[in-house]
Design a protein around this ligand. Structure first.
Ligand code: ADP
Ligand code: MG
Length: 760
């Protein structure tokens, strides 16, 4: 029975069952009708972007204005050259930071950190130290409070590192990432980016290893560049620009979907009749309400100094993308986390919900995060830009080779770095790169690599003859458009950077970049050591580089692949090449604790063996907990929402048949009876699947995924979730989704994909 609205927007007619109550789904549909675009607080005609950008950031400009010269200079040395900051200066910085924050209306401060979950953590304290002698407020913020906090670490994941008797952890100021003011409805909070460690000094967060990996890369890359004759370089950083995909749905639908609320994804839902096959969403004109949301979120991000640049509709209906201008990795990481937080909050203000899950809706594309990665020197030169001088050129080819070697040597580890339950729904599903790591170099650069491997001194290119002698020639310009064409590759060279496309949309970019920086540092050292040996043996440096690049590329050639990564042929070919193909999280995670990974991360001081094992335990436990929550919800939604609707419809059809038969004696109702039979069979299928879903969990003993810290017992549990629970959940879903297209639409309890993905 159709739903009508009276003038007050209330439901005029209720469900046909006559209970006088609209279902949550019907109320949701109703609520969406009244939505209007929401205005943001910023009017750019009054306050141009240049004026609001960074207003909430304690950035260099602010520091230069507020700090004594010597303190400012010391801070800059710390930021630009990685020098330690004299703790005596901290009091001065803290005081300036407090005055700046108070003047802008802040009342509280917090150490803002990044525990081993995908979220950030904050505990707010006011600046108030006492009511004062005469009852007035005294506000203080010391260097000590700036530099170090002492949160209770016992409720954050540690993977077994932190023994239970030592619950304290500490947070330590990361001066390389600027402090900022987070605005909320009733005030502002000063957020100080910090690392988070246990009292024994073990990293309990994602930032610490990322910073350590940046140090490792810096040391290795500077040494290489000096060896190649580029003596002016003082510092090398890695740069990242993460492209972020997400979905938006109306809040009313969200609130009627317990699965999306609790798991971030729909555990049920038939494919919508219209998916993405019309190709009408990608780069389509952005709906007014969504654009209003985007602009509002962007204005908040501008204030926080996050350089968001690109916005567009993505492939799936209700899917979108935002991309920033790239920054130094650790800042890009903090900014990506901030972006996700601001998007979540702003969406709510607009009556929307922002979904970062990798696969909120099966049947249409999922969301990823393209991690554009490169290296830059202290002059801002991009070290993966094919150079315009012979020296730059040699540098470029040596670094490119080092990246290829790193990804080849640690393909399994890199794969493990992006492994989590959500990403399993998307990797290898013909919309995202496969789980096999390989590198795409594009036609031009591949021709160069092939010629180098073949030992040619010259090659023909579209731009004429190219001399391949190191130290003499420069490479031809590599056209960008050509290099970005292959969207199926997990790790693609796109003209002047690599694009690592396998990251999940909900994932922090910290760990994958930690791995990437460290493995590249290791391969750079390999190159430098070999170069030094060759030079000691009497070879000229350019000849040595040429020989080394040729041999190293040849040894690592199996990682290079320009073809279609979605094809079945590639899977066969990759197997022949011996490339790892780790299908899911459970297969991938053990790579993290293999000897190769330990050697790499321990040697470079990025993670100790304890820390590494702790991380592995956390990831395993997170997988178990995620699937466990999905299991509980699948069961309860199927039993308490879907089954009742199906049974009610079944009973209605059955009574219709009985009534019709009694009204019209002798009538043939075989078609109606078949319909009832079909429906009944589907209901039985659902019930059977549900029973099976409950059974394996009983066998597993404690079915709660628990607080266990994921030792090898947890790995057995993870395998069990993967092999038994996930297929059993899928069977329940299959039966339920078939019922969705049989049962009376007016009593179906869950908002349907055709509504959630199109009505906003
Ligand atoms: P697209 O991939 O859509 O063609 P671009 O290549 O212009 O777009 O940029 C995509 C992302 O890559 C942006 O976030 C951009 O800032 C980032 N990016 C560009 N250059 C670099 C670099 N040298 N290091 C890291 N990221 C970069
Ligand atoms: Mg891109």
């Amino acid at each position: 029975m159709p739903v009508r609205v009276d003038s007050e927007g209330k439901l005029a007619s209720m469900r046909s069952r006559g209970q006088g109550q609209a279902s949550a789904r019907q109320e949701a549909l109703q609520a969406v009708r009244g939505r209007e675009p929401v205005r943001s607080g910023v009017d750019y005609t009054v306050t141009p972007v240049s004026e609001i950008f960074g207003v909430n950031v304690f950035n260099r400009h602010v520091m230069r204005t507020l700090l004594p010269k010597n303190v400012y200079k010391a801070l800059v040395r710390c930021l630009d050259h990685g020098e330690q900051l004299d703790p005596a200066m901290a009091d001065i910085v803290a005081n300036a930071m407090k005055d700046w924050a108070l003047a802008r209306g802040a009342t509280h401060f917090t150490h803002w950190f990044h525990p081993m979950s995908e979220a950030t953590a904050e505990k707010h304290d006011s600046f108030l130290v006492s009511g004062g002698h005469e009852g007035g407020a005294i506000l203080e913020f010391s260097g000590k409070l700036l530099i170090q906090g002492e949160p209770d670490a016992s409720s954050f994941p540690s993977g077994g590192i932190r023994s239970t008797f030592e619950a304290r952890g500490y947070t330590g100021w990361d001066p390389t990432s600027p402090a900022f003011l987070m605005e909320s409805t009733n005030g502002k909070t000063l957020c100080i980016p910090t690392v988070f460690c246990s009292y024994s000094g073990h990293a309990l967060d994602k930032k610490t290893p990322l910073l350590r990996s940046l140090d490792a890369l810096n040391r290795s890359a500077v040494r290489l560049l000096h060896t190649l004759g580029n003596k002016a370089v003082k510092r090398v950083i890695s740069t990242v620009g993460p492209e972020q995909e997400y979905f938006l749905i109306d809040e009313a639908f969200y609130l009627a979907r317990p699965d999306i609320i609790n798991c971030g994804r729909a555990l049920f839902g038939a494919r919508p009749p219209k998916g993405q096959e019309m190709e009408d969403h990608y780069w389509g004109s952005i709906k007014e309400r969504v654009l209003a949301f985007m602009m509002d979120a962007e204005s908040e991000l501008y204030k926080l100094g996050v350089p968001v640049k690109t916005r567009h509709n993505e492939v799936a209906p209700a899917q979108f993308e935002v991309a920033p201008v790239f920054e130094q990795s650790n800042i890009a990481c903090d900014h990506n986390l901030l972006l996700m937080e601001v998007f979540r909050k702003t969406a709510q203000k607009h009556g929307l919900r922002c979904l970062f899950h990798e696969k909120p809706f099966s049947g249409v594309n999922g969301s990823g995060k393209h991690n554009n990665w490169s290296m830059a020197d202290d002059e801002g030169n991009n070290l993966l830009e094919p150079g315009s001088t012979p020296l730059e050129n040699t540098q470029f080819l040596v670094l490119l080779t080092a990246v290829c070697r790193a990804v080849n040597k640690h393909a399994g580890l890199l794969r493990a770095g992006i492994a989590h339950a959500g990403n399993d729904h998307r990797l290898g599903a013909n919309e995202a790169p496969p789980a096999i790591m390989s590198i795409y170099l594009g036609d031009q650069l591949t021709a160069v690599v092939d010629a180098l491997i073949a030992g040619q001194k010259e090659m023909k290119s579209a731009h004429g003859k190219v001399n391949l002698k190191f130290g003499v020639s420069t490479l031809p310009d590599l056209p960008r458009d050509d290099s970005d064409r292959n969207r199926t590759s997990p790790f693609a060279f796109t003209g002047n950077k690599f694009e690592f496309r396998a990251l999940g949309s909900s994932q922090s970019i910290a760990f994958p970049n930690t791995l990437l920086n460290t493995m590249v540092a290791e391969s750079i050292d390999y190159m430098t050591d070999a170069l030094e040996d060759l030079v000691k043996g009497g070879m000229e440096i350019n000849a040595a580089a040429e020989k080394l690049v040729r041999e190293t590329l040849k040894e690592n050639q199996r990682i290079l692949f320009n073809g279609d990564n979605y094809s079945a042929e590639w899977h066969d070919e990759a197997a022949r090449r011996g490339l790892p193909n780790l299908h899911n999280t459970v297969e991938a995670l053990p790579e993290i604790v293999k000897d190769d990974a330990k050697e790499l991360l321990v040697k470079y001081g990025v993670l100790s063996e304890d820390e590494l094992v702790g991380r592995y335990n956390v990831f395993v436990a997170q997988f178990c907990k995620t699937v466990n929550i999905e299991w509980l919800l699948t069961k309860s939604i199927a039993r308490t929402m879907i089954l009742p609707a199906a049974l009610e419809y079944q009973s209605r059809v059955a009574s219709t048949i009985v009534q019709t038969k009694s009204a019209l004696t002798g009538i043939n109702l075989s078609v109606e009876e078949n319909m009832l039979r079909d429906l009944t069979e589907k209901i039985s299928e659902l019930l059977l699947a549900l029973e099976r879903l409950e059974q394996p969990m009983n066998n597993a003993g404690n079915g709660n995924g628990g607080h266990g810290h994921g030792d090898s017992e947890s790995y057995v549990m993870a395998k069990f979730y993967q092999d038994e629970v996930i297929p059993a959940m899928q069977a329940v879903r299959d039966a339920a989704d078939e019922l969705e297209v049989l049962v009376d639409d007016s009593i179906w309890p869950l908002p349907k994909f055709r509504e959630m993905l199109y009505i906003y």
